[in-house]
Design a protein. Structure first.
Length: 128
């Protein structure tokens, strides 16, 4: 299985947050699955840290993600091509690019955001 995790899922995973359900924990921990995290999420964390909405050290986050065995996904032209065709059901530019990446990568988008279901992407909700 190939998954792209939403930014909040990434943060919840690192914090061992109970909002990630047992099924999602099993999927994330299974070494047979390709779990991707996007540089877009790292960018979102930095932006939210700078404006005071979040407290996080990007170096620590990045190292923890590498140690978890997750794979970093950089932004590529196919992601931007997918973004151009994506409808704008809500106003979050980070979510838009993450969704476009999931579509272009043919990955399941792991999120707890109820708005992502309006997009043409396969979604797995992280809470049980």
């Amino acid at each position: 299985m190939k998954l792209l995790i939403d930014t909040h899922v990434l943060l919840w995973w690192l914090a061992d947050d109970v909002r990630i359900g047992d099924e999602s924990r099993d999927v994330l921990a299974d070494p047979r699955n390709d779990v991707l995290y996007s540089v877009v999420s790292l960018w979102e964390i930095v932006v939210k840290t700078r404006i005071g909405k979040l407290r996080a050290d990007i170096g620590t986050v990045s190292r923890a993600l590498m140690e978890s065995g997750f794979l970093r996904l950089d932004i590529a032209v196919p992601h931007l091509e997918s973004l151009v065709a994506l409808p704008s059901h809500h106003r979050d530019p980070f979510d838009h690019l993450l969704l476009a990446q999931a579509i272009a990568e043919k990955a399941i988008f792991l999120s707890d955001d109820g708005k992502v279901g309006a997009y043409p992407v396969q979604v797995m909700h992280c809470s049980d």
